[in-house]
Design a protein around this ligand. Structure first.
Ligand code: ZN
Length: 236
């Protein structure tokens, strides 16, 4: 399996705490815990040519992970269209935290993807679909502190499956782990992962992202999206 971890990599340049938590940047840190004998991982960032998301890279990617926050609008529309066509033709997509407002997630959802938010909260993540593949090895609930509160209403289309719910120390709740299928591509959104919080160092968060990548991995990728013209078959 080949995974590409995309990170806008902008907070890393101005907030020292991000690189203290995640040496080399969020993308490098995620790539580090994803690597396995059967998982090849590369990284790509906003400042790379074509955002690091060339046809060559995407054709060779089974699952793309997306972390972005302050620079969503700096991702060119043609790159977003390109990524979208790869998802529709079978590439898996795992969108993390503030990636909820990325152009690619909004394009695939077709809705605002708006939510409520508040810094420095405590979150209890509840596993609400314990037999889902993404919940493998995850306890009934676990706590992340601090983590940013994301609250309902979350402006998404009804998920195919809601695997995790977040509950916060302000009484708010949130659909923290959701799946959809768009075309031939599987999409998983997971809410924890604010840049100055240590959530990506949490063993359960790491396991959920690993599970999400395996769940989203296509059986067949690069499926043609154009309907071919065919001649009628005689003597049917
Ligand atoms: Zn955040």
């Amino acid at each position: 399996m080949k995974v590409t971890v995309w990170n806008e990599n902008q907070h890393e340049k101005s907030i020292p705490k991000v690189c203290e938590l995640y040496p080399g940047g969020i993308h490098a840190y995620i790539a580090g815990f994803l690597k396995a004998d059967d998982v090849e991982v590369r990284t790509a960032t906003l400042d790379d040519e074509e955002c690091g998301l060339t046809d060559e890279v995407l054709r060779d990617t089974d699952v793309l992970i997306w972390w972005g926050h302050m620079a969503h609008n700096r991702v060119p529309d043609e790159i977003v269209e390109r990524v979208k066509s790869y998802v529709l033709s079978g590439m898996g997509l795992v969108v993390l935290h503030s990636g909820h407002h990325s152009k690619i997630f909004k394009a695939l959802m077709g809705t605002t993807c708006n939510l409520k938010w508040r810094d420095d909260a405590r979150e209890r993540v509840w596993t609400v679909a314990p037999n889902h593949p993404i919940a493998a090895g995850i306890p009934e609930s676990f706590v992340l502190e601090p983590e940013e509160m994301y609250g309902e209403p979350f402006g998404i289309p009804e998920p195919q499956e809601t695997v995790f719910m977040g509950w916060f120390n302000g009484g708010e709740v949130f659909r923290s782990g959701c799946t959809w299928v768009r075309g031939n591509g599987k999409i998983f959104y997971f809410q924890p992962g604010h840049e100055t919080n240590p959530s990506f160092r949490n063993e359960h968060v790491q396991r959920i992202i690993k599970n999400g990548v395996r769940w989203a991995c296509p059986v067949n990728k690069n499926i043609p999206l154009v309907c071919p013209h065919v001649e009628p078959v005689e003597n049917v």
